[in-house]
Design a protein around this ligand. Structure first.
Ligand code: EPU
Length: 418
């Protein structure tokens, strides 16, 4: 069992480098199933979710190699089309393998992702869209069995703009016969990153980053070289941390265009943010003002930063209303923040946070990836002893060397293994 220990109260100073984006790297790596030959991917973060997708793909016969700072991927010898339950249950994004497998091989057997701490998170929209593209699917022993004699272009409308759903259909459509139009597509930067690598493979795609993506299928694609975009959620987490902990830090390697909604909100609470060529510099205020947020699809405020923002609002002046519109159960961090003295009331999909002068350290438990990050941030400002965060395997799914990065900024944070 590993734990993170934090002695709060140390101001953050210095520079932090942002890693490659988990949620961009996962579809990019999955897209390498679309054609054999060596793909070369840069800026892949070293995370548990990346190990998981590699393990699943290795089980299918895909070869991975490291060369300098690049990850080389070759699916030439793929001979199994299955993503097993014991791995899929640890990472729902495994569903991203379905689109490329059916597109290239006409078959796939993917365990249906089970329940999830942050909400029901069904994949019905992925399946409905694939079915309209000529893929037959049936559920057997908890697995989605998918077969097609040839994937066909189709006009798709997503009821909800789903991120991995849009990615799955993009990967299926690049090899389909004819044209696919995805209406009400997700517009997240990770979608655009996927479109970029697919285009480098020879795909014909337009409209990524808007709500209509048009893809004309191609028979042949070829391997590509690609650099994964920086992680906007990691960057946003450090921005919130600096704002909370009277920081004065430079966040290097992030892209301003991915972070406007977050920059706007940390400015509103009192932080001074300077945008420069390398990223952003941020200086936290003496007094944090209470500000409301509502999570929205991109370019709105990301649900993946809601828990971290809530930790910040726990020590703000005044009250804040936090409305979660993406996932129905993404407030599980609330009870842990309350153990540290936060004053939060949940009312449906809204949390009312009444700012307190201080948070107090306590033993707490991480419940999901972003909830873990919110507890780390709370720990960085907590008074009176040590904050001890258990179940940090959640954190390792999506943050690369988080405690090391905070330590370099002057925080007193370490990992204990027992
Ligand atoms: N939804 C459906 N049916 C579907 C698909 C989605 O009802 O078939 C619903 C979901 O239940 C949710 C909403 O649509 O209420 C949006 O979900 P979406 O499909 O966009 O989420 P996702 O693709 O499963 C990705 C990220 C999440 C991030 C969300 C929202 C990856 C690998 N995961 O999930 O990241 O929170 O988009 O931005 O890209 C994280 O990194 O911590 C994380 C959870």
């Amino acid at each position: 069992m590993q734990k993170i220990m934090i002695e709060g109260g140390h101001p953050l100073k210095g520079k932090v480098n942002i890693s490659g984006a988990k949620n961009a790297a996962l579809p990019v790596i999955s897209s390498c199933l679309l054609t054999g030959g060596w793909h070369k991917i840069y800026n892949v973060p070293d995370l548990r979710d990346i190990q998981t997708i590699k393990k699943i793909m290795e089980g299918m016969g895909v070869t991975f190699r490291e060369e300098g700072d690049a990850l080389l991927i070759n699916s030439e010898n793929l001979n199994k089309y299955e993503a097993p339950y014991d791995l899929v249950r640890t990472m729902r994004a495994s569903i991203l393998l379905l689109g490329p497998l059916v597109a290239r091989f006409g078959m796939a057997r993917i365990s249906l992702p089970g329940g999830c701490a942050i909400g029901a998170r069904p994949v019905n929209l992925h399946l409905k869209a694939l079915s309209s593209m000529g893929v037959d699917m049936f559920l057997e022993n908890g697995y989605i069995n998918a077969r097609t004699d040839g994937i066909k272009g189709a006009e798709i409308f997503f009821d909800i703009p789903t991120v991995t759903g849009t990615e799955n259909i993009m990967m299926a459509a690049v090899k389909a016969k004819g044209e696919t139009i995805i209406n009400n597509a997700a517009k997240e930067p990770e979608i655009s990153d996927l479109a970029h690598i697919l285009r480098k493979m020879g795909a014909d795609i337009e409209g990524e980053g808007t709500d209509t993506i048009i893809i004309r299928g191609k028979d042949e694609l070829h391997p590509a070289e690609h650099e994964v975009i920086p992680d906007r959620i990691e960057a946003g987490t450090f921005m919130i941390a600096a704002t909370m902990a009277k920081g004065d830090i430079e966040i290097a390697g992030c892209r301003r265009e991915d972070l406007y909604s977050v920059i706007e909100k940390v400015r509103a609470v009192g932080a001074v943010v300077d945008i420069n060529e390398n990223g952003v510099s941020i200086k936290g205020p003496d007094i944090i003002e209470g500000v409301d947020i509502k999570t929205m699809p991109f370019p709105g405020f990301p649900t993946d930063l809601q828990a971290q923002f809530m930790a910040m609002m726990s020590i703000a002046k005044g009250s804040s209303v936090i409305t979660e519109t993406i996932f129905e159960n993404r407030f599980i961090h609330v009870s842990e923040l309350k153990r540290m003295g936060a004053d939060i009331t949940i009312n449906g999909n809204q949390a009312i946070v009444r700012g307190r002068k201080r948070l107090l350290s306590a033993p707490v438990m991480a419940t999901d990836l972003r909830a873990s990050a919110s507890l780390v941030l709370a720990g960085l400002v907590a008074e009176d002893g040590l904050t001890e965060i258990s179940r940090i395997y959640h954190l390792d799914r999506g943050y690369e060397k988080m405690e090391e990065k905070f330590r370099l900024l002057g925080a007193n944070i370490w990992r204990e293994v027992n």
